[in-house]
Design a binder for this molecule. Structure first.
Ligand code: FMN
Length: 229
C-alpha cells in the first residue's frame, strides 16, 4: 500500500507527528511532502487549467510532482495546523491548484477507489472548519472514503502535548489505520459522492466547458461508464 502525506506546514510540530504516526501505522510505502517547501506558489487565477488543460498552469512543473504522488497513492493524508480557524495558506494554495480535478470539471478516475484522511490540530478551536477545508477537496476530487481526525492539542509544539492527548491520538490513529487497511482495494464511494457525480454529469451533458466535456466523453461517463466501476 502507498500513502502520501501532504503537510500544510514545513516544520515538525504536532500536526506532522500525528500524520506521521498514522502513516507509519498504515505501513507500506510512505511519502511525506511539505508545504510551502514542495509547492509554494499561489494559484494566479488564470483559469487555463479549466479551459485549456492542467499542463498549461504556470506552476505545472511543480504541481505535477505532487500530482504524481497523489495518483500513485492508495491513501492521501492532508494534514494542517489550524491558522485562524482554517487550513494554512500553503495548504489552501496547494488545494486551489487542483480545482480542475473537482467533479465539476475533470475528476481523476482513480480517486474514487482511494482513501483520504484529513488531520487538523489547533490550540483550542477550529479543527472542524480546517478539516472541512481539506475534506471539501477530497470529496470533490471523488475520493471514495474520507476520515477526519481533529485534535485541539492545547500546545504550540509536540513536546507540550499532554500524555493523555497523546494516548488518545494513539487510539484514534490505530482505529483509522486498521479501517484503512481493511478497506484497501475494496473502496466504493458513498451515495453522496455518486449523487454529486451524476449531478455534474447532467451539467457536462450541456457542455458548459468544451475541454471538460471532451474529458467526460473520452472516459465514457456521458454514457454508461462510471469511475467507480
Ligand atoms: C498564524 C496562526 C494562527 C493560528 N490560529 C489558531 C486558531 O484559529 N485556533 C486555534 O485554536 N489555534 C490557532 N493557532 C495555533 C495552532 O493551530 C496550534 O498550535 C497547532 O497545534 C500548531 O500545530 P503544529 O505544532 O503542527 O505547528 C494558530 C497558530 C498560528 C501560527
Amino acid at each position: 500500500m502507498k500513502t502520501v502525506i501532504i503537510n500544510g506546514q514545513s516544520h515538525h510540530g504536532s500536526t506532522y507527528h500525528i500524520a506521521h504516526m498514522l502513516g507509519t501505522k498504515i505501513g507500506g510505502e510512505l511519502t511525506e511532502l511539505f508545504l510551502p517547501k514542495d509547492l509554494g506558489e499561489f494559484c494566479v487565477g488564470c483559469t487555463r487549467c479549466f479551459l485549456e488543460g492542467e499542463d498549461k498552469c504556470p506552476h505545472y512543473s511543480k504541481v505535477s510532482q505532487i500530482t504524481k504522488y497523489i495518483d500513485e497513492a492508495d491513501v492521501i493524508i492532508l494534514a494542517s495546523p489550524v491558522y485562524v480557524y482554517h487550513v494554512t495558506g500553503a495548504m489552501k494554495a496547494m488545494l486551489d491548484h487542483y480545482g480542475y480535478r473537482w467533479m465539476a470539471h475533470r475528476p481523476e478516475k482513480a480517486m474514487f477507489k482511494k482513501q483520504g484522511v484529513c488531520i487538523a490540530t489547533a490550540s483550542g478551536a477550529g479543527v472542524g472548519s480546517a478539516n472541512k477545508d481539506m475534506a471539501d477537496s477530497l470529496f470533490n476530487w471523488g475520493v471514495g472514503k474520507i476520515y477526519k481526525l481533529g485534535m485541539p492539542v492545547a500546545a504550540a509544539n509536540w513536546d507540550q502535548v499532554s500524555d493523555k492527548k497523546k494516548r488518545s491520538l494513539e487510539n484514534s490513529t490505530d482505529r483509522i489505520a486498521q479501517s484503512i487497511k481493511r478497506s484497501c482495494g475494496k473502496v466504493t464511494p458513498p451515495l453522496k459522492t455518486k449523487a454529486m457525480f451524476m449531478l455534474m454529469r447532467m451539467m457536462q451533458k450541456n457542455g458548459w466547458n468544451e475541454h471538460d466535456k471532451e474529458y467526460w466523453e473520452k472516459n465514457g461517463w456521458l454514457g454508461n461508464g462510471r469511475p467507480w466501476k
